[in-house]
Design a protein around this ligand. Structure first.
Ligand code: MF3
Ligand code: CO
Ligand code: CO
Length: 295
């Protein structure tokens, strides 16, 4: 399906344009920051893929805090509110819990979460854009505490939305949960992607290939790639007990062809069809995945 899907947009909602990005929010010096903040590269973005009990305990804490902030973001996401207000809410909850917003100062990103509205696939920058009834908003929160990260996102309905937008959001959530159920020790990670892509295709939608899940612990993105499509024989890492990683499928109603705004971050569908995403960080146990980004 390559037709533009303007019919799904709320009345009066044109294609998105960049808003005004407000000043950077401050973090007290008492909160530990990742090494990469305001550097050109993130040297901590590296393995190992399998974590020690000590690291796992800390990823559990980081993940719980990220989930708390995402929950607060969801409660604040309403018509009339700016995406920068969502950033303020996320920022405050993270700080109150002693965590640093992992995205703040990561490879040039200047906000405490990503806010991806409607046709934005991922990495939207919180700004002065005002949400309106019928929009869908993804908020992606990563918390850093005690040297590790926990990463989660969800897509929220802004008031009443078009039934097809609701189906898109439901499909993305269900696709994530199918992928999670497939994440069992002994399988290659590409099995996760195959399950997700097949499920999404059955609903006439597409699972975006170019942005993946990832190992997360001491590294924000530690080098382990979790595809959301059938990548075999690529991405053949075997799922192993004590891995911590994300599954975070992005699902689009039209074509997954994308372009990036001049801000160097915001990724939008070329056909401006809507996109939805959900993300959890999980721990692989002998019995299967345990979700860590839960309150
Ligand atoms: N949290 C995102 C993910 O799921 C990464 C955001 S990086 C940023 O991997 F720089 F765009 F914020
Ligand atoms: Co992630
Ligand atoms: Co994320």
């Amino acid at each position: 399906m390559t037709v533009e899907q303007h019919w799904i947009r709320p009345e009066g909602r044109a294609e998105l344009v960049p808003g005004t990005i407000g000043p950077r929010r401050s973090v007290p010096a008492t909160i530990e920051r990742p090494e990469y903040v305001d550097k050109d590269e993130a040297v901590s973005d590296t393995g190992p893929f399998v974590q020690s009990a000590d690291v796992i305990a800390r990823v559990r804490e980081a993940s719980r805090i990220a989930a708390l902030a995402l929950e607060a973001a969801g409660e604040a996401a309403k018509p009339g509110v700016t995406t920068d207000h969502i950033d303020a809410v996320v920022h405050d909850v993270l700080l109150q819990n002693g965590a640093y917003p992992s995205t703040l100062g990561y490879l040039g990103f200047q906000k405490s979460c990503c806010t991806s509205l409607n046709e934005v696939i991922c990495h939207g920058i919180p700004d002065s854009t005002v949400m309106q009834e019928g929009d869908i908003l993804n908020v992606d929160v990563t918390a850093f505490i005690h040297g590790v990260h926990g990463d989660t996102n969800g897509t929220f309905l802004i008031g009443d939305v078009h039934p097809r937008a609701q189906e898109l959001v439901d499909c993305a959530r269900d696709a994530m949960h199918r992928g999670i159920r497939a994440a069992r020790p002994g399988r290659e990670v590409n099995v996760i992607g195959r399950v997700i892509e097949k499920f999404v295709a059955r609903q006439g939608m597409e699972s975006v290939r170019d942005y993946t899940g990832h190992g997360v612990a001491e590294g924000f993105h530690n080098g382990l790639v979790i595809p959301h499509y059938d990548s075999a024989p690529m991405f053949d890492d075997v799922i192993t007990e004590n891995m911590t990683f994300t599954i975070e499928p992005m699902v689009v109603l039209g074509s997954q062809a994308w372009e990036q705004w001049d801000d160097g971050w915001t990724v939008v569908t070329k056909d401006r069809s809507f996109s939805a995403q959900f993300e959890h960080t999980m721990l692989i146990t002998p019995e299967g995945p345990e979700l860590l980004t839960v309150t």
